[in-house]
Write a protein that binds this ligand. Structure first.
Ligand SMILES: NC(=O)c1ccc[n+]([C@@H]2O[C@H](COP(=O)([O-])OP(=O)(O)OC[C@H]3O[C@@H](n4cnc5c(N)ncnc54)[C@H](O)[C@@H]3O)[C@@H](O)[C@H]2O)c1
Length: 295
């Protein structure tokens, strides 16, 4: 273990499940104190317990960080508990529906604006004064869909394009304060979202999504967390305004070339982290959030 985040304090939004669980555990193993953030029903408390049991430092924050007051309270809690803030990971997000646009539920679109865009805006805004003090950094979850656009999830791709462009502008704006800002752009990752049983994809979309990847498989949450770790660490001291794709080559692909990968090469790596919540994510609209934002 190289402890590449020794002495650092990080907030990981959406840290209770999926990719966020892996980021939280990876950062803690590398020496960071981590505030694991999620909605009340997310297993953030369990992730914290698992980190602490493994000898790491972590605390839980539950609340909807798409609102200004809760985002500010979240940043405040990190600073009060751990004394400062070095890294903000804007990983929280939702993926509630798939359909062609003329049938796409308006409610699902508004749900993504709220949870994919407002979250990154309010958390970044609240964190910046503290990140300027530590010369810290922000890493946000983009997506290959935000770069390429994807059929049947066009509004989702649009929200991720917003995150990626927002991050580039913020990187340039904040460079004079020593704050770096980057994005990670995952391809299909092995969380609740990319399985027809637990997410909004049907059988055909799931097959096309996985086989459209030149490497012929989903990525693991840990493979994505490895790239977040690099960008968060001082090793990335000259990297800002970048989006690092962790997508098995899909952003560069033009055909269903994953079909040709032999089965032994499609095996996901075992990894080192013990992840119990990869499939516990957020793949439908919460009952308490039904009703349009604008109504
Ligand atoms: N899974 C993929 O294939 C994939 C691909 C590209 C990009 N991404 C991005 O990676 C991130 C994580 O995806 P995942 O598959 O791990 O999802 P996930 O559902 O497993 O985890 C996301 C977590 O964020 C939480 N969250 C959402 N809105 C919140 C809010 N307002 N306040 C607090 N917590 C909130 C959810 O409840 C959930 O626990 C997302 O931003 C997503 O857009 C994922």
């Amino acid at each position: 273990m190289t402890r590449r985040l020794e002495g650092k304090v990080a907030i990981v939004t959406g840290g209770g499940a999926g990719i966020g669980e892996a980021i939280s555990k990876k950062f803690a193993r590398e020496g960071a104190a981590v505030l694991v953030v999620g909605l009340a029903e997310d297993p953030v408390g369990e992730v914290v317990e698992e980190i602490v049991a493994a000898g790491g430092r972590a605390a839980a924050f539950t609340g909807d960080i798409s609102t200004q007051a809760t985002a500010e309270a979240c940043v405040q809690q990190a600073v009060e508990l751990f004394g400062k803030l070095d890294v903000l990971v804007n990983n929280a997000g939702v993926f509630p529906a798939t359909d062609e646009l003329d049938k796409y539920p308006v409610e699902a679109f508004e749900y993504m604006i709220k949870n994919n865009i407002y979250t990154a805006f309010h958390m970044s805004r609240a964190a910046l004064p503290y990140l300027q003090k530590t010369r810290g950094n922000i890493i946000s979850a983009g997506s290959e869909a935000g770069q390429m656009g994807s059929p049947n999830i066009t509004p989702y791709g649009g929200t991720k394009a917003w995150v990626m462009t927002f991050s580039k502008g913020l990187a340039v704006e904040q460079a004079k304060y020593g704050v770096r800002v980057n994005c990670v752009g995952p391809g299909p990752i092995d969380t609740a979202w990319t399985h027809k049983e637990t997410g909004p994809m049907d059988k055909k979309m799931e097959k096309n999504t996985v086989e459209g990847v030149p490497m012929g498989r989903r990525g693991t949450p840990e493979e994505v967390a490895n790239v977040y770790l690099f960008l968060a660490s001082d090793e990335a001291s000259y990297v800002t305004g970048a989006t690092y794709f962790v997508d098995g080559g899909v952003t560069s692909s033009k055909s269903l070339s994953g079909e040709e990968v032999p089965s032994e090469l499609k095996k996901e790596p075992a990894g080192e982290l013990v992840l119990s919540h990869s499939q516990d994510g957020h793949a439908e609209i919460r009952p308490q959030d039904t009703g349009h934002m604008s109504s």
